[in-house]
Ligand binder design. Sequence first.
Ligand code: UDP
Ligand code: MG
Length: 307
Amino acid sequence: MPTVYFVIPCYNEEEVLPETVRRLTEKINGMIESGRADRQSRMLLVDDGSRDKTWELISRFHAENELVSGIKLAHNRGHQNALLAGLMTAKESCDCAVSLDADLQDDIEVLDQFVDKFIDGCDVVYGVRNKRETDTFFKRTTAQGFYKFMSVLGVDVVYNHADYRLMSRRALEALGEYKETNLFLRGIVPLIGYRSDYVYYDRHERFAGESKYPLKKMLAFAWDGITSFSVKPLRMIANLGVLVCFVSLIGVIWALIARSFLTAGFCGVWFLGGVQLLCLGVVGGYIGKIYSEVKARPRYKIEEYKK
Ligand code: UDP
Ligand code: MG
């Protein structure tokens, strides 16, 4: 029987944690009874530098409930880094680890299927959402656009898979070898390449508290995903440059024929100015990334580990 760790990043989740821990405790006990997980299995709650009572709660659960372990990060490092901290800690003691969100939007009833596939020999099991009716129209369409764009760029991401996934210990060890600062786990995990499979589930509504991914963070996350896995935008701006040159040339010819030099000149200059700024922005984005990768600062610091 495998030792299964359930790794849960938590940022200001005092409202949902008691219920999450209660439901997962029930679930894990069920899995132990049905022979899918052994008694060393745990949930590992990672406090990502919360400002509310999240860590107090985790400490209390740890004292009362032998299925609960906790990690406290020294700062808020974001969902991906918090998850990584948990997974890298889990890999020391587990046979496989499942990552899930604190708000239980990911249906925990399918956890059995994850572990069954692991027992059958899969190293990575991706949770894939059947439908996204619980998400807003805006989130659904932007997400769809994102997956499309990623596939145009040639990046291998699993469609409608968030970070609900199981990884075996050796997949976790492989993950540990990817040292990038700009972390986008959904892009890295398929690169590992071990045998994988899917589990389909319905995504629920967050049952309390608010999303910790406002629009600004979501866009930053999408940008990270694109620029960490593809340099095609750099090529795209070069193509754009060619296109703009061509169009301006036609514009100049037209202006010469129509004899409206001033208007054409102004429009052309503004247009080119805009294109240059856009292109500089994209190049700058990549340079910024090189900057943070070269510094290679630690991605997280664990302040406390309640085993
Ligand atoms: N989270 C985190 N650090 C952050 C932001 C979010 O650890 O800086 C956690 C959060 O507590 C939750 C998970 O990441 O467990 C997903 O966040 P959320 O449910 O708010 O995102 P959504 O489901 O709305 O995309
Ligand atoms: Mg959520």
